[in-house]
Design a protein around this ligand. Sequence first.
Ligand code: ADP
Ligand code: MG
Length: 691
Amino acid sequence: MRPEVLNPVFADTKTLEGVGPKLAKPLEKLGLSTVKDVAYHLPERFVTRRAITNLDEGAEGEQVIVALTPTEHRAPYNPGRGPYRVLAQDEAGNIAALTYFGRASYTAKKQLPVGEKRWVAGRLDRYGDMLQIVHPDHVESESSAPMGRTTEAVYRLSEGLTQPRIASLAEQALERMPDLPEWIEPGQFEREAWPSWGEAMKVAHQGPNEPARARLAYDELLANSLALLLVKAEGRRRKGQALAGDGRMREKLALPFEMTGAQKRSIAEIEGDLQQEAPMLRLLQGDVGAGKTVVALAAMLIACEAGKQAALLAPTEILARQHFETLRTMAAPTGVEIALLTGRAKGKERESILIGLLDGSIDILVGTHAIFQDSVSYKDLGLVVIDEQHRFGVAQRLALAGKGKRAPHTLAMTATPIPRSLTLAQYGEMDVSRLDELPPGRQAIETLVFPQGRSEEMVAAMGRHLATGQQAYWVCPMVREAGGAFASADIAAAEARYAELKERFGDDVVLVHGQLRPEIKDANMERFVQGEAKLLIATTVIEVGVDVPTATLMVIEQAERFGLAQLHQLRGRVGRGSEKSRCVLLRGDELSETGKKRLTYVKDSQDGFYLAEKDLELRGGGELLGTRQSGEAAFRLADLEQVQRLLPTAHADARLLLERDGGLTSPRGEAARILLYLFERDWGVQLLRGG
Ligand code: ADP
Ligand code: MG
């Protein structure tokens, strides 16, 4: 049970004045569902504005407040394309264009009637020989007086929210925050000159305040480290079992290739861990195509040789199926029994798998999260392998770890080349094996960048490619909006591209995206993997793991909308066979500087670690730490710089606290429990109670 003092903190956002179902939605989109979330929704930045009476007084790029009277509305020629502009003049008759894109134009129509004076606040820019303000931050009626030079918070918004609205909600939320006991050691305060929690929360909304922001980021890092250490301590309390393989199954593996040095080394490291009684907690890191699967198989065979079972958890249905097929083929000569369990297995099929797991006739289970439902019990689970670990929360990992009579060993695999400074934050104190060597004979993938306008040419080139009998991918962006649904415009675009290419190339074309019914998606995927279908139109569902060596061309539409790491992963789907492979990035016209750089880096390099570093430079780690919106992010408050600067201290402090007070029962320990709840790391607290 959550400490009572936190009740108002965890109250639903709907308890805030003015928040009904209509406003709750855009808040939800930002991931704000409780009062605390709103209070912790800190400003992205602050602007200082100057009130001017004459547009000429404003410098280009300056944030201003100015009284303007709309004279004309200019709707785009073609609705939905191009911006909506409102021309407006100041008292001296200078004209500025107020520019709106997309649905924001509805707001403009309402807020800016012709002939009525308005206070407009925003950034002055140039548009041809006119001044313009793109998406003004505020439009107020004449009666509300402008502020002079004022500092104003700028919050991240979602559609349906405005800056004044979210600012007033933040204010309300802050008023509801109780006094909380302090979890930070007094010495730490003195060292850093940090404000108290309540003070830090307040001032962080009022202006740029480094100590306040640092303190709150530290809190988050401390909570994370505490929780990870609690997990680790729990793991140590539960005994594992030493698994000694005798090699009899691994000997029989019929691999069509020689393992790389890195693969052999990783397997040896894993084998060493498995021989210990303490449960293994190891991360296998290797770029796309580095050959993680066979390492996982070797690890699972060690468990089988020791008479135990192993489970492999995949992030998607498609990958689970593919792993199942691959493992079954590779392991056929060893005689181990491998089964597949996904959410779709029903009735008899599911029943017989459950029985096989219980009586031990199934040695290896491959599947999606369905493999750790309560109804699934193992005879003797010795090893859990998790593919693409970052997609799973620690809580899920624990649920799976709870399956064995004794704690099973855990091997997590990821293609995300996480720099060392971030591994600690993401994975706690896992040991790391790196596959830093690609299998021999891989050809470099030639990467080209073309303007999106040349997609017609690309379709023709695709025709020539398919005529040679080789396969190809055509990737369309599909963005999941916060809240889970895919953007409908993206679905429409992918479907339209599919229709067009099918028209051109006939039945050789299949479509796979996240909105399709799973059976259809799998059937389509299967046709492509079997080589019956030659061209796969896809969204990012192919991002991880799919392995079709005869696919040698990939076209990525609107490539600028993908992240650097994502592009690298996508591209890794080609270049898997002996034929030369190409990847064509189609880019839109309106490309930001960062977008341009991103495409250049991907074009020029195929080194995952190099690209990860560039990614860090460009995005400040957002991508590596997971996307903030999707809720996969490790941290909401701490940015990359803060992680690097504060994490070592936070981690050491967490360790010290637990050494002194492992049960978190002292006053400071109690405060730390509150902290864990505050940052929703309460799985750490749950463990305490269990133990
Ligand atoms: P990852 O999961 O690390 O992205 P995979 O395990 O899917 O990579 O391996 C990619 C491809 O390389 C597969 O077709 C696999 O059979 C092949 N492969 C793996 N190890 C080797 C090796 N040592 N030599 C040649 N090919 C290999
Ligand atoms: Mg893989």
